[in-house]
Design a protein around this ligand. Structure first.
Ligand code: HEC
Length: 132
């Protein structure tokens, strides 16, 4: 009986540890060079291009309004974030550009699918319009 208790306790503990490590996501560090990078585009121009690129490449996971509720969202491991939130919008353009460009884990990288840097900046400008 005692061994059974120890085994169930060990099982329970590893379950707790496992849940803990999967829920607490490692901070996504952006290199300083990108954090302070200047957005070379005019955020009031070509928003329609940013929007159509977003709808084509990002909406399936991040959702139309950026809430993280796209059709593929449930299959994702990481936290998709909420593009309408203050916390998300507090990031610099450079940080959003970096994350969009290089991705991480389930977040794809876009150096090939959106190969023009300027187009990725236009997507960043579009994400700014999702603030609430
Ligand atoms: C296949 C699903 C998928 C697609 C498509 C996708 N993303 Fe993501 N995205 C993710 C996941 C998952 C994360 C969380 C990654 C992590 O933190 O490890 C993420 C995170 C992000 C973040 C960081 C969020 C934060 O809170 O800081 C940004 C910015 C982002 N994505 C932008 C985009 C843009 C822009 C596109 C389209 C060009 C895009 N994503 C397409 C899955 C996706």
């Amino acid at each position: 009986m005692k061994t059974f208790k120890i085994i169930s306790l060990a099982g329970f503990m590893s379950f707790v540890l496992f849940s803990f490590t999967t829920i607490v996501q490692e901070e996504w560090k952006v290199p300083a060079k990108y954090v302070n990078m200047e957005n070379p585009t005019d955020p009031s121009e070509d928003l329609d291009i940013g929007k159509s690129l977003y709808n084509k490449h990002c909406k399936s996971c991040h959702g139309k309004e950026g809430y993280g509720d796209g059709s593929k969202a449930d299959e994702m491991e990481g936290d998709l974030g909420d593009f309408s939130s203050e916390e998300f919008q507090a990031q610099t353009d450079g940080e959003l550009f970096y994350k969009t460009t290089f991705g991480r884990d389930d977040m794809p990288e876009y150096t090939k699918k959106i190969s023009d840097d300027e187009d990725r900046w236009l997507v960043v400008n579009y994400m700014r319009t999702l603030a609430e």
